[in-house]
Write a protein that binds this ligand. Structure first.
Ligand code: PLP
Length: 358
């Protein structure tokens, strides 16, 4: 009775919380705030998936008649969420290039119904980066809440709370777990009253909870986050340089190459440029398919952030459902390949790419 009435803390039922979830939640919350302002207090809530964490974040911050402002290069599931779920609830998503701060301010000035700004940086699959600091300052000037998808960077490379965002979320399925052994998500927020109130209520009632075994696998992965990220990043840089010089490659989108349009923003807010990139081959889509089918070690599949090097073809896989004109506007051309560089011996990755590009 004391627990139900809130007079005593404690576990009741795993949809509402579980000690194995708490361990992972507290570790991720510590990583997201490590070395930042000591007064900053955050709380994490583990979810069944990254999409479940996004659902809790948006449902607990938006109501009918309000709008969310977001960037046009997004994970396809988040993009679908904006187009296929929110409109039926009377919530509109305004999708624009959030790298254009003047335009973003114009939109915020004119539209009072915008309640939330949602960032994903670096973004899927173009690796576009928005300036978290500048955008958060703008959001705060107009009294808006900000949420940031930190999946591609992890807290080891980027800590959005440093710039005053209100929420950070991850698909823990990716680098935080690191081994591709469990689907999961986490939502971390810096307003404890809100996190313990409407956010907890939304998560508990929607039922987007994790499960203890997946939480245990996530905690195992977190133990090696620093080691893995250092190796992911050094392998990533070597692969990006190899691809940039290769005669069959038209273009490489990697945050660590000066040729990337958002190189400066990435370097300002990230410790290293990460292990995610995308590239286009000179001969287009059929050459992509031939190359991917010839790979012997690297894996052709969805997902990212695991020990294996993973490649996917967004236009025909993850972003298949998005209309072609929209895809092209977002930079997702038919020839684009997305690459998550793994932890293998870097020469093995380069050898596999070299033989498949011949
Ligand atoms: C950047 C990003 N955010 C969110 C998600 C959704 O995560 P999940 O698949 O764990 O629901 C993904 C999945 O690929 C992602 O890449």
């Amino acid at each position: 009775m004391r627990r139900f009435s809130g007079k005593e803390d404690g576990y009741i039922y795993s949809r509402w919380g579980n000690p194995t979830f708490t361990e992972a939640e507290e570790k991720i919350a510590s990583l997201e705030t490590y070395g930042l302002n000591e007064k900053l207090q955050v709380k994490g809530i583990l979810h069944a998936s990254g999409m479940a964490a996004i659902s809790t974040m948006l449902f607990s911050n938006l109501k009918a008649g309000q709008k969310v402002l977001t960037h046009y290069s997004l994970y396809a599931g988040t993009n679908d969420y904006c187009h296929q779920i929110l409109p039926d609830l009377g919530i509109e998503a305004i999708i624009m290039d959030l790298r254009d701060l003047e335009k973003a301010e114009d939109v915020l000035k004119k539209d009072k119904s915008i309640a939330f700004i949602y960032l994903e940086t670096p973004a899927n699959p173009t690796l576009q980066c928005v300036d978290i600091d500048e955008l958060t300052q703008l959001a705060k000037k107009y009294g808006k809440k900000v949420g940031c998808d930190n999946t591609f960077a992890t807290p080891y490379l980027q800590q959005p709370f440093k710039y005053g965002v209100d929420f950070v979320m991850h698909s823990t399925t990716k680098f935080l777990n690191g081994h591709g052994t469990a689907i999961g998500g986490v939502l971390v927020g810096n307003d404890l009253q809100k996190m313990n109130g409407p956010v907890t209520k939304t998560q508990r009632i929607l039922g987007g909870n994790s499960n203890p075994f997946d939480a245990f696998l996530l905690t195992q992965g977190l133990k090696t986050l620093e080691l893995r990220m250092e190796r992911h990043c050094s392998n990533g840089m070597a692969v990006a340089k190899f691809l940039e010089k290769h005669p069959a490659v038209e273009k490489v989108n990697y945050n660590g190459l000066e040729s990337h349009p958002d190189y400066k923003v990435a370097m300002k807010q990230m410790k290293h440029p990460g292990a995610m990139m995308s590239f286009e081959l000179k001969k287009g889509k059929q050459a992509d398919i031939d190359f991917m089918n010839k790979l012997k070690m690297c894996v052709r599949t969805v997902s990212l952030g695991t020990a294996e090097t993973i490649l996917c073809h967004p236009a025909s896989m993850t972003h298949y459902a998005i209309p072609k004109e929209e895809k092209e506007k977002y930079g997702i051309t038919d020839g684009l390949i997305r690459l998550s560089v793994g932890l293998e011996n870097v020469q093995d990755i380069l050898n596999d790419f070299d033989q498949a590009l011949r």
